[in-house]
Design a protein around this ligand. Sequence first.
Ligand code: ISL
Length: 570
Amino acid sequence: MTSTSNAPTWWDDAVVYQIYPRSFNDSTPDDATADAIAGDGVGDIPGIVEKLDYIADLGVDVVWLTPVYDSPLNDYGYDVRDYRSTLDEFGTMRDWERLRDGLHERDVRLIMDLVVNHTSSEHEWFERSRRKEDPYIDYYVWRESDDGPPNNWDSLFGGPAWTYDEVRGAYYLHLFDETQPDLNWTNPAVREDVYEMMRWWLDKDVDGFRMDVINFISKTDGLPDGHPSEVVTGSEHFINGPHVEEYLWEMHDEVLADYDVLTVGEMPGISVEDALAYAGTDAPLDMVFHFEHMRLDEGEADPWNFSDWKLTDLKETFTLWQEGLYPDGWNALYLNNHDQPRMVSRFGDDEAYRVESAKLLGTLLHTLRGTPFVYQGEEIGMTNVPFESVDEFTDVETIRYVERMLERDDVENFDDIGDAVRYGSRDNARTPVQWNDSANAGFTTGEPWLTVNPNYTEINVESARADTDSVWHYYRRLIDLRHDHDVLVSGRYELLLPDHPEIYAYLRRGEEQRALVVLNFSTEPSRFELPEEVSVDDPTLLLANYDVDAQDSPAGVRLRPYEARVYLLD
Ligand code: ISL
């Protein structure tokens, strides 16, 4: 039974590892079961199977697999053509079963991506809906209009959210790419089909779902025009729409309640109050991804207009969510994923202090209250990519943005926007995992589908595992720490020194113990003084990313650049 209460669950102290299969590992051609897809330059499911021991060695408890379903790949799998089969170039359903079994044998659970706000325009439902075939006529959001799009809504990937379909002679809604038509959730038959598909996967022993933009599924009745001042026009009518909670409860009652699974909703644009309604004590889901810390360096009017972020804002954001979801909610913690730049390039220092800052960020991720989600490559401190030309980008969101900007009079060529695109593109997260220093970082024996970051000769799994001071070994310790110390799982978060510009410090207060986390987010040394009211009885250093003198008292410390320490205080 999925949890609607605060009762203990199997994922309380779990760490989730996110795999983006296209970029994880391409199987090697001598693997007899995977001939057709091995060495084709695209990561695949047999390639993940080859790395099962790697995943288990890291110590994670759950794998979240981003979409492996049949898809024309306009949005690399977030455009699903068939929910019940795997994409040929990723492997067969039999390969997927080997992956599931291999994970389960190693006590690692598997959660799948559920992409049901929209399908691909090549999905059979859409093909039949555009031909007005029963029962699919109303499976999507169609509107007839003689004078342009039915309302002024924008797509999140830019341009209007409506496209005219010649076959049906009507416009259809797509909040993302035009090849990703939105399903019509007001139609009970759509919802029943989705639930049936979910049961089909759960009956295959899937351990849960990450639900793609699940708070977008309900739109304001009548689809009214949006306020033009919103960053994405219309978003107030399709984010957290009127029936989201009702549909999620229905999904809970009809599907989730029968299985002991983990559900995490991806929910851009939610507040703490929304999160409690969707995933609080008496709520249909278990946890949600919010985006507030991902917005700290984005422009108000144009998200791609990046600026420096401030540590005080980062602290304020995390504190709002840590306090707001205590005790009735639970955070899904992440600093990067397949849609975001690499965390060490964004929130750390990917040059002089790459290792130190990757460890510091990992410390933050694993010592907050919630479930940490580690994105592939994060555990070795992979960085953003020095893309050289516009042709190297493959991500639909990036390409659409570049196209739009190049149409503007004030943008002459790619160089005018190159820095922003290189910093913010989702492709930064999608370059192949760097396994070793051989050709193509050991990712493929063929031609990789996306640039390999040239720093792979230095940053790779093999060298990280050989070096006990590496980010990889530190992550292993962080994961163990959560398993071993309940205070880091359930203790209440309490921010210290809210206004300190360089140091992020907080307590976790458990029933019997307290932990102290001190992080210097700076390339310069900084002095940390524990506020007087915080008592230190018998401190134990649990983990640090520099050598620390055992006699050092956590009460007053000179922290080195990007130094991170975790203490038990009692
Ligand atoms: O990626 C983003 C910012 O760079 C977001 O706008 C993103 O599109 C949003 O978070 C929703 O993401 C999810 O749904 C998209 C898909 O492209 C993303 O990969 C997925 O994580 C549409 O399915």
